[in-house]
Design a protein around this ligand. Structure first.
Ligand code: ADP
Length: 438
């Protein structure tokens, strides 16, 4: 437990030091820092382990400079990982310098037995991954410089290093050109992947911005259109009202009926405009994901319908309900609409009984709202989810035909689907799923 805490503390410190203040929206630069931080997090403990055998071997073979370079390398690694206040760029440069220092020392003292050449290759890869791709070419040129330097050392038989005994100039050229070729290939090929990813990221970002702008425009349009539509409606209603008030006594029954139809039509139109506006807003204005307690939400919905429930003697039942991840206000609207329909399309022969059931699956929650109402014929099962699709006249059941379209939109925005099961004359069940990973 204590060890885990130390590990977490160490990891957080390294991340804090290496991630600067960036966030993912920066794209590649952020991920380069992230990769650098992750590399340090793992390299440091591993290099501590690797240090012990390397010190042992160096001591036995009296390679004291190699020992010193190794110890200094690890010490500097500790500093750039844990020391606050250094810029990320400096940390990266120092890190690459450590790799180069180790690779040159290994080449010098261990020759082809040591991993010196491998470290030179690793240096190029790290430079490409954690710094900019432009530094890659510089790294290859630096490797070339080191190889030439060793070639000169071999040729003139400098120093006590094993490499000078092991190679003649020709074999060194053969070995080092292979390394340089590999480094060069990496420098050419890896940026193709990076640039491709960067382009895709930029394009996605642009698409997101375009979408946000067009959503904003649509929202503005909907608000303006609804305001402009409702203004003449308000006028019609108020003048029809005045007509009734001032001339009502002069009108016969037929005239009064016409006035009633006109004001009722205007009122419905105004409701329709409100509903449409609400429909266009779902998923755009209210999109904060949170943990939603469905049991509490259902209590609120029951409270919302308390008038009709009492009036119709309805029974609304559920067992324990889960907590789900979703947009609270949208989920409330979803249950509100389904329960409103179950109450509205009730049978005249019995009081409404509405059962709400939740079943858990691996990836989603499945909810069902069962009622004992009038039911729906199978041929309408798909149509009822379309906007403005209604199966009854305004006189029999009032409504705008938007309720189920709203439900469908909400469910789909929660990564689920909605469907109906119904037995005409006996009742219906509206089933829907909500994804656990919205
Ligand atoms: P509205 O209720 O305003 O007409 P909805 O989109 O909510 O609009 O419903 C579409 C149609 O589906 C309704 O006109 C009704 O015929 C049918 N319907 C919806 N819910 C039920 C239900 N619980 N029982 C029977 N019919 C239903």
């Amino acid at each position: 437990m204590g060890l885990l805490k130390v590990w977490k503390g160490y990891r957080n410190t390294v991340h804090r030091n290496c991630l600067a203040t960036g966030d993912q929206s920066e794209g590649l630069p952020y991920w380069r820092n992230h990769l650098f931080a992750a590399t340090l997090v793992y390299v440091l403990p591993f290099s501590l382990f690797a240090l012990i055998p390397s010190l042992y071997v160096s001591w036995h073979q009296e390679l004291y400079v190699l020992m010193a370079v190794n110890v200094t390398g690890v010490a500097v690694l500790v500093l750039i990982s844990l020391l606050p206040g250094l810029s990320v760029y400096i940390r990266k440069i120092v890190y690459c310098a450590i790799i180069y220092a180790i690779s040159v020392t290994l080449l010098y003292y261990l020759g082809s037995y040591g991993p010196g050449l491998l470290y030179l290759f690793a240096a190029v890869t790290f430079v490409l991954l954690i710094l900019d791709t432009a530094y890659g070419i510089a790294a290859v040129l630096f490797n070339l410089f080191i190889c030439i330097l060793f070639g000169v050392a071999i040729y003139f038989d400098w120093g006590p290093g094993l490499i000078t005994y092991e190679y003649d100039l020709e074999s060194w050229i053969a070995v080092s050109t292979n390394l340089l070729l590999l480094c060069f290939l990496t420098v050419v090929l890896l940026p193709i992947l990076f640039n491709g990813l960067q382009t895709t990221l930029k394009r996605t970002d642009q698409l997101r911005l375009d979408l946000e702008a067009s959503n904003k425009e649509l929202e503005q349009f909907a608000t303006v259109a609804s305001h402009d539509l409702k203004e003449p409606l308000r006028m019609i209603r108020s003048f029809v009202g005045l007509l009734e008030k001032n001339y009502g006594s002069k009108l016969d029954e037929k005239g009064k009926k016409y006035i009633y139809y006109a004001s009722d039509g205007a009122a419905r139109m105004s409701r329709l405009v409100d509903d449409l506006l609400e429909f266009s807003r779902i998923g755009r204005l209210y999109n904060e994901l949170e943990t939603v307690d469905i049991e509490r939400l259902l209590d609120e919905v029951r409270q919302f319908h308390v008038g009709t429930i009492t009036e119709t003697n309805a029974e609304l039942r559920w067992d324990s309900m889960p907590k789900v991840t979703g947009v609270s206000i949208s989920l409330k609207l979803l249950f509100q609409n389904l329960i409103a329909n179950s109450l509205k399309y009730r049978s005249e022969e019995r009081p409404p009984v509405i059962d709400i059931i939740a079943v858990e699956d691996d990836h989603y929650w499945r909810f069902s709202v069962w009622d004992n109402g009038i039911g729906i014929e199978e041929k309408y099962f798909d149509q009822i989810f379309q906007i403005f699709k209604r199966l009854h006249s305004q006189e029999t059941y009032s409504g705008s035909g938007i309720g189920l379209a709203v439900c469908k939109k909400i469910v789909e925005q929660h990564g689920g689907r909605i469907w109906v099961e119904s037995y005409p004359g006996n009742g219906s069940a509206f089933h829907f799923t909500l994804s656990k990973q919205v």
